[in-house]
Design a protein around this ligand. Structure first.
Ligand code: 4HZ
Length: 306
């Protein structure tokens, strides 16, 4: 399908700074300034770095996926930029000045449970939207959540996103690259099997990051490695991780989390735990998770008034 592509001319894209490295490339802050008077808009430009893992074909798929999404909880696609000469292209997206959730929560440590629950419900709604189009994100993590404002977050980085075939309810990848296994469900670690239910597991890990203020001392990788023992080295880390998950170890309840007088954090911790059922069939779906979060939010509001 020939999508209506908004094309940005490379000569008007002014580099300002590098924002970070993603799955398939780096993202830069640029100003698209065709008038040349600095009145142009700021945009985030994802440049493909073709290497053995990421190809132009994969990048074109990422562009196509993002270009069809229309959801307030997903980072907005703006268009593409063909680089003259080099056989490459860039993906132009809206620029969110507050950055990703990790940076935001490390800066504003005072955000209360109500706001965390609001962010959680927005990520959940974004994932419900993704699921309605049969896409699995495969890299849901706080580092891939952008903060649009103090009351709006958006899902980003669709470099690993796949569409579930019509005749199955999962996607199996062949070459698991350097995968974020500490956010992976057991069946993803074991059989490279990805589904909406494996995204639900990762959502549980995002809840844990959120309620831990993305504190690097309590990040999923560090907590898992503590449990596994630091003296273990690749590639058996995934084997050890699979073993502790099978013996029912899970990320511990966020200890330093802000225990708001009304919301018992452990109560929301139960939400995390449901997402981490070993058997993917026992995990809740995003729509029921969304309803549970809304219920806790409503109780918050009632309690606050009470
Ligand atoms: C590789 C890029 N890394 C980073 N991006 C930004 C960023 C700020 N503001 C932004 N506005 C639009 C976009 Cl697409 C990114 C940023 N900040 C820190 C980063 F390390 C990225 O895409 N990360 C995934 C996600 F977008 F979810 F954070």
């Amino acid at each position: 399908v020939a999508l209506q592509q908004t094309v940005f001319e490379e000569r008007h894209l002014r580099f300002i700074s590098s924002l970070g490295k993603g799955n398939f490339g780096s993202v830069e802050l640029c100003r698209y300034d065709p008038l040349g008077d600095n009145t142009g808009e700021l945009v985030a430009v994802k440049k493909l770095q073709p290497n053995e893992k990421s190809t132009l074909e994969d990048f074109k798929k990422e562009v196509k996926i993002l270009s069809i999404f229309e959801c307030e909880y997903i980072v907005k696609y703006k268009g593409i930029c063909y680089s003259t000469g080099r056989l490459s292209m860039s993906l132009v997206m809206e620029y969110l000045p507050h950055g990703n959730l990790i940076g935001y929560l490390n800066t504003y440590q005072h955000i209360n449970t109500r706001r965390m629950l609001l962010f959680a419900s927005q990520i959940c709604k974004g994932m419900e939207y993704l699921q309605s189009l049969r896409y699995v994100h495969r890299d849901l993590a706080a580092r891939n959540i952008l903060v649009a404002s103090e009351s709006l977050v958006k899902i980003a980085d669709f470099g690993l996103t796949k569409v579930i075939p019509f005749d199955k309810d999962y996607y199996r990848v062949m070459q698991p690259g350097e995968s974020p296994i500490f956010w992976y469900a057991p069946e993803s670690i074991n059989e490279s099997r990805f589904s909406h239910k494996s995204d639900v597991w990762s959502f549980g890990v995002v809840l844990h990051e959120l309620f831990s203020y993305c504190n690097t001392n309590y990040n999923p990788k560090r907590l898992c490695m503590q449990e596994i023992g630091h003296n273990v080295h690749n590639p058996s880390v995934s084997m050890h991780l699979e073993n502790i998950l099978k013996s029912n170890w899970r990320l511990p309840a966020p200890s330093n989390s802000f225990t708001y007088p009304y919301t018992n954090i452990l109560y929301t911790y139960d939400n995390f735990l449901q997402c981490w059922a070993y058997n993917f069939e026992e995990r809740p779906c995003f729509s029921s998770l969304g309803k549970q979060i809304e219920t806790i939010m409503q109780e918050e509001r009632d309690n606050l008034k009470g």
